[in-house]
Design a binder for this molecule. Structure first.
Ligand code: FAD
Length: 460
């Protein structure tokens, strides 16, 4: 971890000697990342167009009961759905931590339609993002139901952006810069298991999980141990005959009943699948199952992006990227907001967007291309030396606040609030201690008070 930190600190950004400039910027996606990117670009004086293929803003937080035509998400010709939310989803971060830094996610107690809980349901997050878009007039920049189908290099460092609207309009335009905000929880990642191709049961990826009803009276194998795997297994255990959770992160001999449940077990990973429908675990147990539910995560995918091989996705590493945002050769005209995971997303998106906006206007400047490449190489070398696989390149885990503070320093704005850092740690600890009830029982009320004191700067 120390090596990662030093990679973060190697380069310095200085004020630019160039005159301030306003650019024409295309933002792709109107989820949380695209909305805050548009706001920051506009505040900095740029001209912004946001392309959104959906009919409303909110991205992931626009829940739909629809699922894709291939429940496993492998058929390239399947009908697709953007959001991976399930009906029962409540946030796994408290609203104080989760909100944008200068637009607190406070409960709207006066509005009976709203969910005032500290860990609200998904609809409340969508309402918050819509409030944010209204407050800053962002929807006015958005071209809804318009999909970007190609982003390619043009003469003079500009970008060609080809889009198709649902109304049948195809547009070819040129922009000075493109900010990619398309999210990364849509394209399923599937575990490779011996026998999976000929296994005769049903297989579903969690991207297509909405409600437990289809799992009633079934024997379900759920692969994964992420936050959504934990939620979904409990959801399903209420109706299924048996739920068996296969996890890579436990010892091979693990085979234990989940406390508080008489139909849910934890296992180590699956060894192989047999054609007769049985599932053999590394712990030696064998289960005859009806359904395998893959809660195995997602892959980064930018089907519209043509950079002549400058930016690639290799084993889920989008690279080479300086600080997870800029390909050094194309900086600052091409950028990505929102690639890091295991983070508090909204404030991180906000800081990345401020950095991009300030760089595009020349208010701040980047190190040289060679220095950025050197920083990227040092980062990748440090990951390798620590035995961290490429697919964890954008997993920030315990250095996210250091990253946020580095961005804040580049932009000349305040670092993350101390209460936010403390609360994130307190919630992580509480989640481990109270797996079933952490959303409704906690011991960090003093931090909630501090947060609300801080919010007065923005809400009074
Ligand atoms: P998205 O919200 O995915 O938005 C991307 C947008 O880009 C979409 O609107 C899409 O339609 C659009 N788009 C994509 N391609 C194109 C194209 N070619 N042309 C035009 N438009 C395009 N975060 C939290 O803070 N707290 C939580 O509790 C939490 N829980 C989560 C639970 C689940 C199950 C999942 C999947 C995620 C969760 N997250 C949570 C993370 C969540 O993804 C982020 O909070 C955030 O919403 C991501 O925003 P985004 O803008 O990067 O991407």
């Amino acid at each position: 971890r120390r090596v990662l930190n030093s990679a973060i600190q190697t380069s310095t950004t200085q004020s630019s000697p160039h005159p301030l400039t306003s650019r024409n910027v295309a933002v792709i996606g109107a989820g949380a990342a695209g909305l805050v990117a548009a706001r920051e670009l506009w505040r900095e004086g740029h001209k912004v167009v946001v392309f959104e293929r959906g009919e409303q803003e909110g991205g992931t937080w626009v829940y739909t009961p629809k699922v894709e035509s291939d429940p496993l998400g492998l058929d390239p010709d399947r009908t697709t759905v953007h959001s991976s939310l399930y009906h029962s989803l409540r946030t796994n971060l408290p609203r104080e931590v989760m909100g944008f830094r200068d637009y607190p996610f406070v409960a709207r107690e006066e509005d009976k339609e709203r969910d005032p809980r500290r860990f609200p349901g998904h609809r409340e997050v969508l309402m918050y993002l819509k409030d944010f878009a209204n407050e800053f007039g962002i929807s006015g920049f958005v071209r809804f139901e318009t999909e970007v189908v190609l982003v390619g290099l043009e003469e003079g460092g500009k970008w060609k952006v080809k889009s198709k609207s649902k109304r049948g309009e195809d547009l070819d335009e040129v922009y000075d810069a493109v900010v990619v905000c398309t999210g990364h929880f849509t394209e399923p990642r599937i575990a490779h298991i011996t026998g999976i191709d000929t296994w005769k049961g049903k297989q579903v990826h969690s991207h297509n999980y909405r409600t437990p009803e289809p799992y009633r009276d079934q024997v379900v194998i759920l692969i994964g141990s992420s936050a959504s795997a934990a939620d979904i297994s409990r959801d399903i255990a209420g109706v299924a005959k048996e739920v068996h959770i296969a996890s890579r992160s436990v010892a091979d001999e693990t085979f234990e009943k989940q406390p508080g449940y008489d139909n849910m077990w934890h296992h180590s990973m699956i060894k192989c699948l047999s054609e007769d429908g049985s599932v053999v675990f590394l712990d030696g147990s064998v289960v005859l199952a009806d359904i395998i539910l893959h809660c195995t995560g997602y892959i980064y995918d930018f089907p519209f992006l043509e950079t002549n091989g400058i930016v690639t996705v290799d084993d889920n590493r989008v690279g080479p990227l300086y600080k997870h945002v800029f390909p050094p050769v194309l900086a600052p005209s091409l950028s990505f907001v929102g690639l890091p995971w295991k983070v508090v997303p909204f404030p991180l998106f906000e800081l990345q967007s401020k950095w991009i906006s300030g760089l595009l206007s020349n208010r701040i400047t980047l190190p040289s291309e060679e220095e950025m490449m050197e920083d990227v190489r040092a980062f990748y070398t440090s990951l390798e030396a620590s035995g961290i696989p490429k697919r964890y390149t954008h997993n920030m885990g315990d250095y996210q606040f250091e990253y946020d503070d580095w961005l804040a320093a580049q932009c000349g704005c305040p670092v993350s609030e101390e209460w936010r850092k403390q609360m994130y740690l307190a919630v992580s600890k509480n989640r481990r201690a109270r797996r079933e009830t952490y959303r409704d029982e906690w011991e960090d009320d003093h931090l909630v008070l501090q947060a609300h004191e801080d919010f007065k700067k923005y809400t009074l």
